[in-house]
Design a protein around this ligand. Sequence first.
Ligand code: G4P
Length: 287
Amino acid sequence: MTIQWFPGHMTKARRQIQDKLKLIDVVIELLDARLPMSSRNPMIDEILQGKPRLIVLNKADLADPGVTKQWLEVFKQEGHLAVAVDAYSGQGIKDIPLLAKELLKDKLEKQRAKGMNPRAVRALIVGIPNVGKSTLINRLAGRNIAATGDRPGVTKGQQWIKVGTDMELLDTPGILWPKFEDQNVGYRLAVTGAIREEILNVEDIAFFGVKYLVKYYWEPFSSRFELKEPPQDPDNPHDIVAVMEAVGRKRGCIVSGGRVDLEKASGILLRELRAGKLGRYSMEAPY
Ligand code: G4P
């Protein structure tokens, strides 16, 4: 999904989330485990107005497990509850209702002390487009929830989805915008596929991705494309173009005169990278 985030859209998105905050106890902030900072909304603290928050790092199956562990530690040090999951397979998601309850522990204990029987914890998932909100909702629900409100004849009202006995989830997530002021954030999102190619040039995205992989994941990258020597200077654009040409030759992207079709090579490389064919990688690390 590509959304053009004009100021009016941001205001509307923010208002929609703030309306929903009145209905819920806990926010599940969904981030991409491969780039938890770049996939985070820049105004999240302000928007959530102090609502208890569980941070969920999704697509952990694609991320570098060592780096994900570091991120979880960082969030913990900052005082947040955080968990890494793979919403696609469902790995780790059973912890979400338990952690949501943990967040409200004091409140629930007070209610019990007063002889009240606490109701299920009500939660809302928020995150930028493509981070896996619908996938997670469907996984937690154990069935396919059709998106309501977008089609004529479909009721616009909010529905609660029961997740076991302890949690209820709003069926429509809160959609947030990423931070676009920083060009590197845009490229990181584009490399992972969170931003579609129409916005940025495919060769530029691949160039950014290759430079990063050459620096931090040379082993899996070079073995996938059978590259021999790492470039002498990964910060030299000529060296990175040479690597992209080698990738293109390996994938048969040759045009007349033996030249490598870099656009085609870039597309192939990004598809393989996003599908996890180059192994697990993270685009940003806390240390
Ligand atoms: P959104 O609601 O936040 O916009 O995201 P959505 O659930 O539509 O997920 C975006 C893409 O990310 C989907 O792939 C989805 O399958 C994939 N995805 C979500 N969670 C995970 C995860 O934990 N691991 C992996 N590997 N992928 C995940 P798609 O290619 O756009 O669609 P589809 O081909 O899967 O239908």
